[in-house]
Design a protein around this ligand. Structure first.
Ligand SMILES: [Zn+2]
Length: 257
């Protein structure tokens, strides 16, 4: 505590990227260069699977969506980074398993077990596949928290007020600040985040995406600029999703219903 007895507040930055695809290697290269932590959400039921349809849906035929194989992950490519759950096979939890606890526990709990077996680190959280609001029903959240080790879960829906840099209300409905495809806004917000003074509360800036977003929109240079800018800010604490959860798990509930 500072000498005047008032609590000091901090600014935290975190990122996560989904699907365990081959572009993650380039993200990790950039993160290593700037000593930036990063979280990767993996589907251990889809090792080595190629999804050309993602590029087709995005109007970018030929865009690579190639998942790493089990051997590649076992070889330690994610070592030094935070590997978390994205379910075994990437189903829509609301659409596929909205009322099927057994299937939900299998998808989430077994992905966590596989990740621990492959990386040696037990996952604490996840990103919802698809990440829509409807994938976070009370049934889905309750089933996950009561039956798996997962205690935080990120949506793919940005906050309504990212410029306020709010902390999550509860960890099982963790809204990110912005998607990395919104790069112009990400960079603008990064500047105001770096300038912000956390007077009466902690602040959090959370960027999420997929490695293919950086390919698709040719954002690699700007992504590196973003990482460089934030990592150079002396008062920003750059953390993985799991680091942030561990720091705040006693202050922010997993569930608030
Ligand atoms: Zn995904």
């Amino acid at each position: 505590m500072p000498e005047n007895g008032r609590k000091a507040f901090s600014k935290y930055f975190t990122m996560s990227f989904d699907d365990g695809i081959t572009q993650d290697a380039r993200i990790m290269d950039i993160c290593r260069k700037y000593n930036m932590p990063c979280t990767f959400n993996l589907n251990t039921g889809l090792f080595g699977v190629n999804w050309p349809w993602v590029g087709e849906v995005l109007g970018k035929p030929g865009l690579s969506h190639q998942r790493y194989t089990e051997e590649e992950i076992r070889s330690g490519i994610y070592n030094g980074f935070d590997a978390e759950v994205h379910t075994l096979c990437h189903p829509s939890l609301a659409g596929n398993y909205g009322d099927n606890a057994e299937a939900l526990i299998h998808e989430v709990g077994d992905d966590a077990k596989n990740i621990e077996a492959l990386t040696g680190v037990a996952p604490l959280g996840m990103a919802y596949p698809g990440g829509r609001e409807e994938d976070t029903s009370p049934f889905v959240i309750k089933t996950i928290v009561e039956n798996t080790p997962v205690r935080f879960a990120r949506l793919a829906v940005s906050q309504k007020n990212p410029e306020d840099f709010p902390l999550p209300d509860c960890f099982m409905k963790w809204y990110p600040s912005l998607a990395v495809v919104e790069m112009a806004r990400c960079k603008e917000l990064a500047k105001s985040f770096i300038a912000a003074v956390p007077v009466d509360r902690d602040l959090l800036f959370y960027v999420w995406g997929h490695g293919y977003d950086l390919d698709s929109e040719n954002l690699w240079d700007e992504f590196e600029e973003l990482v460089a800018m934030i990592s150079a800010a002396p008062d920003v604490k750059c953390v993985s999703n799991a680091d942030f959860y561990t720091l705040f798990k006693d202050k922010i509930p997993a569930v608030n219903f």
